[in-house]
Design a protein around this ligand. Structure first.
Ligand code: ZN
Length: 244
């Protein structure tokens, strides 16, 4: 009986794996030259989507975060080449977790300029994660083609090192895992989080960005702009719960 159970369990795992492998990568046009790509991975036996973004410029494509699904590093590059006839030049990962950074070393090997913050690199090194070639020691403005954007560190929250990307002109806030979807019922994985500072960090971000036109969250639906305020409310509730 027990043996049968183990066999069944094994097939269930195979089945889940097959499901993930069939659901490669999803592209969504955000606005203008901005696109969202979504890959999938298993977390606690559940298939979870992870959002990344890319920007198409006259000087090539800028990739924000790498696919979570490690089988999609090259397919993402191929799809971008096919859709836009352009190469990815730059890749910036927003914190050290795999759903942001897993592809950094692969992309470096493809001559893409990879970036993280110095703090992210320290955590990546400590946690045996993939590392970038170039390290940002402070908030940095990039100019690529006709576009400008800023890497901004609002403080610790989802992780110690989470940065966001802010497009002031287009009012696009690429928040990644620091910001939860308006549909989310909790702040998700808090194993590396700063539960006391999370709310202050979100408040700082709100002051910096005012009312963005687009807010890209790390996982799930990004179309509801209440995501930022909703994250703030949840972070405040969490702080209260832990008595901070
Ligand atoms: Zn995440």
């Amino acid at each position: 009986m027990r043996f049968l159970f183990i066999i069944l369990f094994f097939f269930q795992i195979l089945h889940l794996k097959a499901q993930v492998e069939h659901n490669d990568i999803r592209f969504t046009h955000l606005t203008g030259d901005f696109y969202i790509y979504t890959t999938f991975n298993l977390y606690k036996g559940e298939k979870i989507p992870a959002n990344g973004m890319y920007l198409v410029t006259g000087e090539g494509v800028v990739l924000f975060d790498t696919p979570w699904d490690t089988s999609q590093f090259q397919p993402l590059l191929d799809s971008i080449q096919l859709r836009h006839n352009k190469k990815v030049m730059i890749c910036i990962a927003t914190h050290f977790h795999d759903d942001r950074s897993a592809g950094l070393e692969y992309y470096r090997s493809k001559a893409i300029k990879t970036y993280t913050s110095l703090l992210t690199d320290e955590l990546s090194k400590k946690n045996n994660k993939k590392r970038a070639e170039f390290l940002l020691t402070k908030d940095t403005v990039f100019h690529v083609g006709n576009y400008s954007f800023e890497t901004f560190y609002p403080g610790p929250g989802h992780t110690q090192d989470n940065i966001v990307i802010w497009f002031e002109k287009e009012k696009i806030l690429y928040g990644a895992c620091l910001i939860k979807s308006a549909e989310d019922e909790d702040l998700g994985y808090l194993g590396d989080a700063d539960t006391k500072e999370y709310a202050n960090t979100i408040h700082k971000l709100q002051q910096k960005c005012g009312e963005p036109k687009y807010i890209i969250v790390g996982h799930g639906d990004w179309t509801n702009l209440r995501s930022l305020e909703h994250t703030y409310e949840m972070a405040k509730a969490l702080r209260k719960k832990i008595g901070g």
